[in-house]
Design a protein around this ligand. Structure first.
Ligand SMILES: Cc1cc2nc3c(=O)[nH]c(=O)nc-3n(C[C@H](O)[C@H](O)[C@H](O)COP(=O)(O)OP(=O)(O)OC[C@H]3O[C@@H](n4cnc5c(N)ncnc54)[C@H](O)[C@@H]3O)c2cc1C
Length: 428
């Protein structure tokens, strides 16, 4: 129970990243007056703590479901019709389950592209394989500079691995505002980024790539992480047989999470709308609201709005954002203005992170109306206060809403307010 997020995704990676943060802070503590004689990281202990966190949360989740009277059946499910699911438990005859409403939530799995030398190569791991490493690799080559690739790069470089990231695009983390992505890349000083390069083959521990101009290169590493993306799990459970509409390799859904089949809803990664756990959670709420409204003969007003889902990247430093990047807002035809304020204006940020730690908040807004179109953050705690920006976007608020609100002091979140105040031409 708990799917990818709890077992092999968000929670284990964030537990590891917190250990990495503690290690880095302990090593750099002298500048803050805390001197530790010899700071060591203990990978087996870090893994044990990760396992404890995951199993505690999993047990808690199972208990909550059971308490709510939800029956948990374990096995491989298959959609047989709009009201029927068969369940192969591996022991007896498949069970047949009937239901008025069915919600599909089969998630996604890592993509292993057909690059020569990748299949059946024990040096090439996906994100799940990385969680089972017995030791910190001396060197790590990561194919793909997206969110997952960059989190692993930050994690293992903090523990001393020599990390190289090979990315096909000209900047890392496509979801990020380009300016902020460049700042993040520069902040991850211990990581070597090779951009605009396509991996052509893997030979044992060697990754071969080709640059945009045809120049060739090689990276040798103990471990190779394939992090080029995840694909929706649309096969193996009968979607095609029952005529479920698959679009762009995902289950097609409307804003209420309805599929083309009456009585069947889909939520989470399998819909291709977002690959974030909190988005999956929101889609679930929207689908359930729709199911209940239909039962009452009403129309649900709840919809899933992908544009205002915040995202977070838990590297050191972390990053977060919501809404349009500057480039996206311009491409949409908005008359765009931007403002960027360094985290260094925050007393708390300086006190806790030092004078040279990177950090910045950027607000993208419409010039005339001053409506907020996007907020992008880089630096400690970004993941914790991005929700405030998401609320502003969800409510279609102008910059004045941030200016006229009182933020607690001293907090890093005040930088958002400072950024709103630094726009000189403003309306109330
Ligand atoms: C390394 C990593 C780090 C991540 N970090 C974050 C993060 O920090 N924040 C964030 O928001 N998101 C993160 N994600 C993404 C997040 O895990 C997913 O968005 C989220 O788990 C999607 O939820 P879901 O319910 O759609 O699918 P899943 O969590 O994938 O759940 C689908 C479940 O369905 C089961 N299943 C599939 N087919 C069948 C079948 N036929 N019968 C029975 N069961 C079936 C699967 O075994 C799985 O347990 C991360 C992902 C990875 C891989």
């Amino acid at each position: 129970m708990g799917g990818t997020c709890l077992n092999i995704g968000c929670i284990p990676t964030k537990t590891f990243l917190n250990s990495a943060k503690l290690y880095v802070h302990a090593r750099e503590g002298a500048a803050f007056g805390i001197e530790a004689e010899a700071v060591h990281s203990n990978w087996p202990r870090i893994v044990a703590w990760k396992n404890e966190v995951v199993s505690r949360l999993r047990r808690g989740l199972e208990l909550t479901l059971t308490k709510e009277g939800i029956e948990i059946l374990r096995g491989q499910g298959r959609l047989m019709g709009i009201h029927t699911v068969s369940l192969d438990t591996g022991t007896k005859e498949p069970l047949t389950l009937e239901a008025d409403s069915i919600i599909v939530a089969t998630g996604a799995s890592p993509i292993m592209p057909p690059i020569p030398g990748v299949q059946n190569n024990p040096s090439v791991l996906d994100s799940t394989g990385m969680l089972a490493l017995k030791e910190v690799p001396k060197s790590l080559c990561i194919i793909g500079g997206g969110v997952i690739g960059v989190e692993f790069a930050s994690l293992f470089s903090s523990f001393g691995s020599k990390v190289t990231v090979i990315e096909m695009m000209h900047e890392i983390v496509p979801v990020m505002d380009r300016q902020m992505a460049m700042m993040l890349r520069n902040a991850l000083k211990q990581v070597t980024f090779t951009l605009g390069a396509k991996v052509t083959a893997v030979e044992d521990h060697r990754v071969l790539y080709e640059g945009a101009g045809g120049e060739k290169g090689t990276v040798e590493a103990d471990v190779i992480l394939m992090a080029v993306g995840r694909k929706a799990t649309v096969e193996g459970w009968g979607a095609q047989d029952v005529g479920l509409e698959i679009k762009n390799r995902a289950v097609a859904t409307d804003a209420h999470q309805r599929t083309n089949l009456p009585g069947v809803w889909a939520i989470g990664d399998v819909t291709g709308k977002s690959q974030l756990a909190h988005a999956a959670y929101r889609m679930a709420e929207v689908a359930v609201a729709d199911i209940l409204a239909l039962r009452r003969g009403e129309h649900s007003v709840q919809e899933f709005v992908p544009e205002t889902v915040p995202w977070a990247l838990f590297s050191l430093p972390e990053a977060a954002g919501v809404g349009y990047t500057e480039d996206e807002a311009r491409a949409k035809g908005y008359d765009v203005s931007v403002v960027r304020t360094p985290y260094g204006v925050s007393g708390r940020f300086i006190a806790e992170n030092g004078l040279s730690s990177p950090g910045s908040v950027k607000i993208v807004f419409e010039k005339t109306s001053q409506r907020i179109l996007g907020v992008h953050m880089l630096g400690a705690y970004a993941s914790e206060h991005i929700w405030g920006a998401a609320l502003a976007l969800e409510r279609k608020l102008p910059l004045s809403a941030l200016r006229n609100m009182v933020f607690p002091h001293p907090t890093v979140s005040e930088v958002l307010r400072e950024a709103a105040w630094s726009v000189h031409e403003y309306h109330e």
